[in-house]
Design a protein. Sequence first.
Length: 388
Amino acid sequence: MKQKEIITPAKSALMLSIAALVLTVYVWFFLHAESQISIAILLVAAILVVILSRRFGVTLQVEQSAARRPGLSRWLAVGSGLALIAAFYNSHFVLLMLCGVLLYSTACLGLTVQFGYSGVANFAGAAFFGIGSYATAVLATHTAIPHVLVILISGVSAAVIGSLLILPVLRTRGHYAALVTIAFGILFKTFIEVNDVLGGPQGLQVPGLNLFGFSLNDGFSLFGLEISFYVPYALLSLAMFAGVYALVNALERSWVGLSMDVVRTDETAASTFGLHIVRWKVIAFTMGNFFAGIAGGLYGMIIAFVAPNNFTFGDSLLMLSIVILGGLGNIAGLIPAAMIVLILPEKLQFIQEYRFLLYAALVIVILLFRPQGLLPRKTRIFFARKGS
């Protein structure tokens, strides 16, 4: 019988570093590719590598290494993000796509807290994302509040407005709770379309972010190189995602996350053991909407314009696609899922007009053939390992 190979800390670090380097280089090639043939070759190569890695156990070893060194995994992920931003320092479109991936993933962290941890249905993620964007547009235009605080207030606005849904969501379950949030998303879009104060169907312009007296829209030069003004936005998006990720990861590992898991799994058993069902659902719903609000606030400043058509039910479906594809309850799968859902249609030009059909089909296929997603959530470990 073959003895199971022991992965030492040094080997774990080496494997994680190689995996991060390979993924970063692959993403660089994919983002840099222009022709449809080269994109198709890269996609086929990725599929073959995934199949062979699973066949020879490489994927399992990388997963074990990541579980053994979670701190190193997170730092390598941040380093990969910084490397990609630096590599595309003068490419406006690529940097804008990276900002979109990071901010949508931040909003999906909020959906993960709601769906994946506490079992609260929310099919209006785009609406709360839009509340953050519109709040930022109004506050940044008509007040002298520092823009960093404006983004935080936008998150609070999304959480406060979302509190209007707490009672109907708590009084319903399953499909009915989902219908409540769908109705809210439709009402939000209709409200901003008919409200002339908020620009109506034409939308609103959003001022660029001013950070400590420095306007991020001005752009700058570094060592004689012209740096895209999207670079600071991409760095802020990465910092926001990393901060929210760390917070949600700590939440999952704490007794708060444990309580939410019990509530999601069996409300009757949770109530029997003295857990306050309403309290944990309210906390999850409010926290998730806050994360969506701050991500929407920064996103509004990046695109410099918000309109009702940016926050439709189709956009909520897009967010759900990311959460389900990445692995419900597994926050590590959000970035790769977001890149597939957001960047792939942009690179494959012939499916751009059918992207919402693609998202719907993607959700159906995942639920039928791989309901656990790309990176399934691991079984909860109640006793933390020593070291990182």
